[in-house]
Design a binder for this molecule. Structure first.
Ligand code: G6P
Ligand code: MG
Length: 222
């Protein structure tokens, strides 16, 4: 039986993945770069600076930016993002998530957050969900972002739980890769086109049913 669920935030607990996309798109447009949702899949789960680098690489004709200039651009994106998340409240919790958190509690399965976002703890507060969590991993706690497994192993280590006893839930390709590399059971939320490497894939969060996840986990026996 699993001992810990590790939840990604953006795109799993709430739809802030969309706000990240809109904020990056706004910044990119100001730089004369256009990118679409298809490209955006590569940014999901990727930390702020690495995301910026990937966007800048889209236009090789741009002059090289200094570190300070890049910091300013990343800060500007975050300002756009903060405007978008200002009104986030408990009605923005994605379908099925609170039921799943309650099922974790009822079954004595611990709960951690595994997010690459510096804004994660504030968003969890706005959603009114912080009380469910036994441990939070955000960008401040890891050196190597997803797809490195560190985000997920950090949560398991802090709660002293063996990796095969953990289940990670992710909407990003980089995140699913990170969970798999950590030797944990990965649950992907989204499209097989991006998440075919997930041990168990569901279409959206309303399909995240505790009993089904446990059943799939037990079949996989890591
Ligand atoms: C998550 C999101 C990414 C975002 C990253 C950093 O992983 O999926 O889209 O870029 O967090 O977020 P931050 O709030 O620190 O800029
Ligand atoms: Mg995500």
């Amino acid at each position: 039986y699993p001992k810990l669920f590790i939840y990604d935030l953006d795109g799993v607990i709430t739809d802030t993945a969309e706000f990240h996309f809109l904020a990056w798109q706004k910044l990119a447009e100001e730089l004369g770069i256009s990118f679409d949702r298809q490209f955006n899949e590569q940014l999901k789960g990727i930390n702020r600076m690495d995301s910026l680098d990937r966007i800048l690489e889209l236009d090789p004709s741009l002059p090289a930016f200094s570190f300070e200039e890049k910091e300013k651009l990343a800060t500007r994106k975050n300002e756009y993002y903060l405007e978008l998340i200002e009104s986030v409240n408990p009605s923005h919790i994605l379908p099925g998530i609170e039921t799943l958190l309650k099922a974790n509690k009822d079954s004595n399965v611990k709960i951690a957050l595994g997010s690459a976002s510096k804004n994660a703890p504030a968003i969890l507060d706005k959603l009114g969900l912080t009380g469910y969590f036994d441990y939070l991993v955000d960008a401040s706690k890891v050196e190597k972002g997803k797809p490195d497994p560190e985000t997920f192993t950090t949560a398991a280590d802090a709660l002293e739980i063996a990796y095969p006893d953990c289940i990670g839930i992710e909407d990003s390709a980089a995140g699913v890769e990170a969970i798999n590399k950590a030797n944990m059971f990965s649950v992907g939320v989204g499209d097989a086109a991006h998440l075919s490497h997930a041990h168990y894939l569901v279409e959206d969060t309303s399909a995240l049913i505790f009993e089904n996840i446990i059943e799939q986990y037990q079949k996989a026996s890591l």
